[in-house]
Design a binder for this molecule. Structure first.
Ligand SMILES: Cc1ncc(COP(=O)(O)O)c(C=O)c1O
Length: 359
């Protein structure tokens, strides 16, 4: 049996029960699950493609790959041939399986951020490799590592890694023979800072060798329920992943492929969704600060990374007593033990309730 950590949110059940006892009901800000509607154009595209009796292509339709490449070019200054895009059944699937798909096994270290989405660690363990959380690559010395994960904007901190920082990661990885996998699922949600893709020429010098960018439509398009993401980058790596995924049956349903292509072509719904999150963030942040919390980083993404100096579980309990459920920072690594993560993904009505309760 592979040793996996406890699923962090299971540990939150007692605080969820406590928050649920509030007379005004729970305000659940503990997970980043979208609550706003799936855009009408996307729903229509899904319905129009519902008569799909045959197996879909693992590689994705050319229409889908072109839409992804077009969006990367239009929105993020990345030039990439559509052949170097591969659809994912949500990006979590690749985060959990990339080390396995790349053939990384026992005795190898997979590098992940000190404060991170827990699935990078899980993915290393599933492959039998060793997860190693560090923000200091140079301390690793001459060791050759197979894979380095970066995540900007970060879950949980909302921190953006500037192009210069990413450039250093790429050059370190190229010297050490490592693949860099960049989880960019929050790239559309820059507030005070604009995130940059690992595939941008300012970061990678125009070559995508050894680089993979992982994208998700869950947050930008409210498609978490559809399971829609893609990976793009190094042609040789994409072909390798495709080969294994074909054998393993990791193929995105055809109606979702059709819906995702339409979602990637349409910028209007993203602008609308961004405005919703901006307003919720603008309401919640000052209310938290007035209640004694300091917000760190959080210049992009869907979360406020906050601390009032206490232990994270104590902070989460204080808020749960007021009917607000948040994620304790130690879900994301030891370095998070004095922080909480507050998602801005609740409805306007629930965010207003949280603001009132913080007063
Ligand atoms: C950093 C990060 N990566 C990946 C995912 C997975 O997203 P999805 O599988 O919905 O594309 C999430 C979800 O919250 C996330 O926070």
């Amino acid at each position: 049996m592979i040793g996996l950590p406890d699923f962090p949110w299971d540990r939150l059940t007692p605080l969820k029960t406590l928050a649920g006892e509030h007379p005004g009901g729970i305000v659940d800000l503990s997970v980043g699950t979208p609550v706003d509607p799936v855009p009408a154009v996307v729903r229509q595209a899904l319905a129009d493609a519902s008569d799909s009796p045959g197996y879909p292509p693992t590689y994705g339709t050319e229409r889908l790959r072109s839409a992804a490449a077009g969006w990367l070019r239009r929105g993020h200054g990345v030039t990439l041939d559509q052949a170097n895009v591969l659809p994912l059944i949500g990006s979590k699937e690749l985060v959990a399986w990339l080390p396995t798909l790349l053939g990384i096994g026992p005795g190898r270290r997979v590098i992940l951020p000190e404060l991170a989405y827990p699935t990078y660690d899980v993915g290393a363990r599933l492959a039998g490799a060793e997860p190693y959380a560090t923000d200091g690559l140079t301390a690793l010395g001459p060791e050759r590592v197979p894979l380095v994960w970066v995540n900007s904007p970060s879950n949980p901190t909302g921190r953006v890694l500037p192009a210069e920082h990413l450039r250093k990661v790429v050059s370190w990885a190229r010297e050490h023979g490592a693949v860099v996998a960049s989880d960019e699922c929050y790239i559309e949600l820059g507030w005070e800072e604009q995130p940059v893709s690992i595939l941008h020429p300012d970061v990678c010098g125009g070559s995508h060798e050894g680089l993979l960018a992982v994208h998700s439509l869950s947050k930008r398009s409210n498609l978490a329920g559809y399971r829609a993401g893609f990976v793009a980058g190094d042609p040789a790596l994409i072909q390798r992943l495709l080969e294994v995924r074909k054998h393993a049956g990791m193929l995105m349903p055809a109606p979702v492929q059709a819906a995702m292509a339409v979602a990637l072509d349409d910028d209007a719904h993203v602008i609308e969704q961004r405005a919703r999150y901006a307003a919720r963030r603008a309401a919640l942040r000052p209310a938290l600060e007035a209640a004694g919390w300091r917000v760190d980083h959080s210049t992009a993404g869907l979360y406020l990374w906050a601390s009032n100096g206490m232990d994270c579980w104590k902070q989460a309990r204080i808020l749960a007593e007021n009917g607000i459920l948040v994620a304790p920072g130690d879900f994301y690594g030891k370095a998070g033990s004095a922080h909480i993560r507050i998602a801005v993904t609740a409805s306007d009505e629930r965010i207003s309730a949280a603001v009132r309760r913080l007063q």
